[in-house]
Design a protein around this ligand. Sequence first.
Ligand code: FAD
Length: 471
Amino acid sequence: MNSKERAPNKQPIYDLNRRNFLGMASMGVGAALFPNLSFGKIPGKKTSKFFEPSHKLKVVDDVDVIVCGAGPAGVSAAIAAARNGAHVRLFEVNGCLGGVWTAGLLTWIFDFNKPGLTREITEKLDERGARRGANQDKFVYEPDEMKLLLEDMCADAGVQFRLQTRLVAAYRDGPKLTTVITESRSGREAWRAKVFIDATGDGDLGALAGCGWDIGQGKDNVCQPLTMNAIVAVKDITQIQNCISFYGGDLTTHNGAVRHFKAEINRAGIDPSYGMPTLFHIRDNVVLLMANHEYGVKPYDADAMTAATVHARKEIFTIARGLRQLGGVWEGFQVIASAEQIGVRDGRRIHGRYTVTKNDLIIGERHDDAVTRATFNVDIHAETKAKNDIETISNGGFKTLPYDIPLRALIAKDVDGLMMAGRCISGDFTAHASYRVTGNAVAMGEAAGTVAAIASQGNRMPHEVDWKEAK
Ligand SMILES: Cc1cc2nc3c(=O)[nH]c(=O)nc-3n(C[C@H](O)[C@H](O)[C@H](O)COP(=O)(O)OP(=O)(O)OC[C@H]3O[C@@H](n4cnc5c(N)ncnc54)[C@H](O)[C@@H]3O)c2cc1C
């Protein structure tokens, strides 16, 4: 599925122009434009629809930049915008900053050897003793230290952030996004800004604002599998080091470690849903377990996400108990924490003023408005368990050359005043399978935040800012 049928110019449902709205309603076109609402009818037994009455909301704040989603991209966008003088609000639905880094317990970072915030985060993790390995490009970090670090960095930059606050609606005045609505412990609230950044990973803001978008691949738009991570305590890390990827910072050990670990899981009588079950060493006798795949789930399907989450957690405990029963080096292997948020690889890709494509990766495309150069290869996880048993991860059948991500891919095509950063920028399925890793998410966030600050302070749209002004 994509959003073609819902192109914003065909469906002005988020346009705040009151005359348009009332005129259309009196012409009886409401039902067509609002297929889920029944105009003016109180639901009775015969209808399965509910008419939610409109109500006045308090506009809590009117700021320069609003960032929705506080994963690696959103936090970076908010910090960069604030450091460039903007008044910034950041909204996050989880109870911590960091997205997949923290709520998702990722612990492993790729494509991080870049200037700017990536380097600063690396140094700050080192200062806190929260990073493993000497490599700047890929390394293990401690997820709870990351939560704390990001809170400190946002606070120091002057970012006003709100946790447990979900973006639920977006409204435009003509083509310009003006207002977002959130829901939280404080209820439903309205917020205005000059520039907005969608860093929700899944492109919630772009979709709510009426942007065109794509998701997944093929005619069924199949998404890459989800994965739930878990932190596990082991009895003696040195006894299982041949099962731990990159143990002691040795970057050559991944494939061998995965093979050994999978053989041990098999020995416990378990066939893991992810063909490359992985352990990372976090510190002392604590490791990260990444051993699960949930296939064919769309991130905007709440029932499917719930079922996947429950199923994934069960599999993690099945593996942990199975290994423990083997005894020996696996004695005491126990789950300390499973991720609050199951990891989502694939979400909506919001249409931008440039689309990063597979061909860009093949030829190593360069742009004058490059916000970062991505170096990570394509990582396409199998879409079913049967395919996973044949090939777990594909590189797309070609060698990725380092390629540029241009600012234009971070600026929405269909809606003014809206930028994207992180997973939800404008790209095709194959390119997304490369640029989605967190080093790029941080660099994109930093660029989007900087441009958003410049645009808001000069009362311009992001597409009117020259990238040279931001460098
Ligand atoms: C299992 C797995 C393994 C991966 N492995 C690696 C790896 O080894 N190394 C690496 O660098 N990358 C890896 N990636 C990719 C990488 O983690 C993500 O693509 C990256 O997190 C993208 O950052 P982001 O900020 O765009 O999105 P996210 O980290 O997903 O952050 C989006 C944030 O927005 C919030 N949000 C969403 N909707 C709303 C809403 N409506 N209102 C408010 N908040 C909202 C979410 O709660 C979340 O905090 C992996 C991903 C997964 C899932």
